[in-house]
Write a protein that binds this ligand. Structure first.
Ligand code: NG6
Ligand code: CA
Length: 512
């Protein structure tokens, strides 16, 4: 007999209660939103010490959630970081994961696991609204037809994107594979090889430009801004640069309103403060730093609007927001826009050395916040976390068994329940790799200039091994490689276990 005493009855009741609760949890799967900035530095946010720049909404997110002092992008440039974020695979495993032109084919395999694909398997609705930069099509895209494969073939139900970067053609939005607002009588053609006859360029027609190019960026002119790459036609479809933030934000708002009844995943990669910096005129002069600072203020406002929308729709408490940046900061990235001239004592790179493109810390060490009202206890964490781990960690959150070998399940750390973050992490910058293990960073020898003179950033190249201890040398000034050969050897061995050999073209790979 089943209920032969009181004890068993109590047990049964308890079990019933437990399972019905477990089912409840299952029912209300949280929404997940990744807000991804483009070139926002560790020191560009108020909560990390910025003074000349006000970022009240980013600060509120950090103060109301977990902010990570040791949060990393996988790479010091955009495409590789985005590749790793979505796939949970180190970008240096994929040769094509380099800064892509606007005509590049899709570099994520159609069968590859991605965060939206994993979430779709768990019943989520999925969307990307913002910057893509992972290639589109199979090569030779006809922009006047359905542009495919793209995000919609990788697990996103809905996509509203800019193809590559704001400074690269085609300068049009693409919604679910279709160029938005295209007039069939004015077809678009794009080339990264040569100009179309009779079309003005930044190089030949500076009089037609309202933003001046400093290096690169002297091909086709759109809205007075000379771009990378050549484009002809598609006039009606061309985006308005100053309205881009509003355009994405409005889509984000309506997506949330429309889809709030079922759990959703929203990837919201903003274009700021990447060049060309074109904040809406209502943000002009709100910072003292010129368009770069104003663009950050604009992005900060967008983040606030996003949070307000979630609140108004009654779903803020059921939404995990992850906030980070794809790579470190750069001031002059190819246009004269006063970012360097007006920077003063602002430190976009925070306490770190280098910046975008650099193997030094500022290349990849970025703002990193997790926020979940009522679920994540506000705090600051020293744990090492990487965007590479989002795939497996979000999988944990939603009860999915999906994992990739590179992506470590770090849900407890992201939730602020544990400080046991990553013990080791390979860092990448323009196809070179370095290694962080514990408090130490090792950079193998690389050929190439120590400084990129155009952007005025130290790249981390040296003919010798570099070894730094971040605890007492966060600015990576004291190379301890010679003084600490045992540590260097330990680091190199651990690095090569993951990375293999042959990662540097410099001959001197063996230790003395
Ligand atoms: C570089 C561009 C830079 C920026 C970068 C990509 C030149 C001289 N420089 O090649 O302006 O567009 O690519 O940035 O063209 S990222 O954040 O998308 O990686
Ligand atoms: Ca970037």
């Amino acid at each position: 007999m089943l209920f032969h005493n009181k004890y068993n009855t109590a047990l049964m009741l308890f079990a019933l209660l437990f399972f019905s609760c477990a089912e409840k949890v299952e029912e209300v799967k949280p929404n997940v939103i990744i807000v991804y900035m483009d070139d926002l530095g560790y020191g560009d946010v108020g909560y990390n010490g910025a003074k000349k720049l006000k970022t009240p909404n980013m600060d509120a997110l950090a103060k109301g959630g977990m902010s990570f002092n040791n949060g990393y992008a996988t790479s010091a440039t955009c495409t590789p970081s985005r590749y790793a974020l979505l796939t949970g695979v180190y970008p240096w495993r994929e040769k094509r994961a380099k800064i892509l032109p606007g005509t590049a084919p899709l570099i994520i395999g159609r069968d590859q696991m991605t965060i939206p694909r994993m979430l779709k398997q768990e019943g989520y609705q999925t969307a990307i609204i913002g910057k893509w930069h992972l290639g589109l099509g199979d090569g030779n895209v006809d922009w006047n037809e359905l542009v495919t494969p793209g995000p919609n073939e990788l697990g996103f139900d809905y996509s509203y994107i800019l193809a590559a970067t704001q400074d690269r053609v085609p300068t049009v939005y693409i919604e679910d594979g279709n160029v938005v607002g295209l007039d069939p009588n004015d077809p678009i053609t794009v080339s990264y090889k040569k100009n179309f006859e009779g079309e003005p360029t930044g190089l030949d027609n500076p009089e037609l430009t309202t933003m001046k190019w400093h290096h690169g960026h002297n091909n086709s002119i759109v809205n007075g801004i000379p771009r990378i790459g050549f484009m002809k036609g598609g006039d009606a479809a061309k985006w308005s640069d100053i309205d881009m933030a509003d355009e994405f934000l409005n889509r984000v708002k309506s997506y949330i309103k429309k889809n709030k009844e079922k759990p959703f995943f929203l990837y919201y990669p903003m274009q700021q403060p990447h060049v060309p910096r074109t904040p809406h005129p209502r943000f002009n002069g709100v910072s003292d730093l010129g368009p770069r600072g104003d663009a950050i203020a604009e992005a900060d406002w967008c983040l606030g609007e996003l949070k307000k929308t979630l609140e108004a729709e009654g779903i803020l408490e059921n939404t995990l927001i992850i906030f980070s940046s794809d790579n470190g900061p750069v001031l002059n990235d190819g246009y004269f826009d006063d970012a360097d001239v007006r920077n003063g004592d602002h430190k976009p790179w925070g306490p770190f050395r280098g910046g975008k493109y650099s193997l030094f810390e500022a290349g990849t060490h970025v703002p990193f916040i997790t926020y979940w009202k009522g679920k994540i206890k506000p705090g600051v964490s020293d744990a090492i976390v990487s965007q590479l781990d989002l795939l497996s960690s979000i999988a944990q959150l939603v009860g999915s068994k999906v994992r990739t070998p590179d992506s470590e399940p770090m849900l407890e750390v992201l939730m602020g329940n544990s400080d046991q973050g990553r013990t080791e992490l390979v860092l990448e910058a323009t196809s070179r790799t370095a290694f962080r293990k514990g408090d130490w960073v090792m950079i193998p020898p690389y050929k190439g200039p120590a400084v990129n003179e155009k952007v005025q950033i130290e790249l981390g190249n040296d003919s010798e091994f570099q070894l730094f201890n971040l605890v007492n040398d966060i600015g990576q000034q004291n190379n301890l490689a010679e003084a600490n050969p045992d540590k260097l050897k330990e680091m190199l061995n651990a690095f090569e276990v993951i990375r293999g050999k042959g990662y540097s073209k410099t001959q001197k790979l063996e230790l003395k």
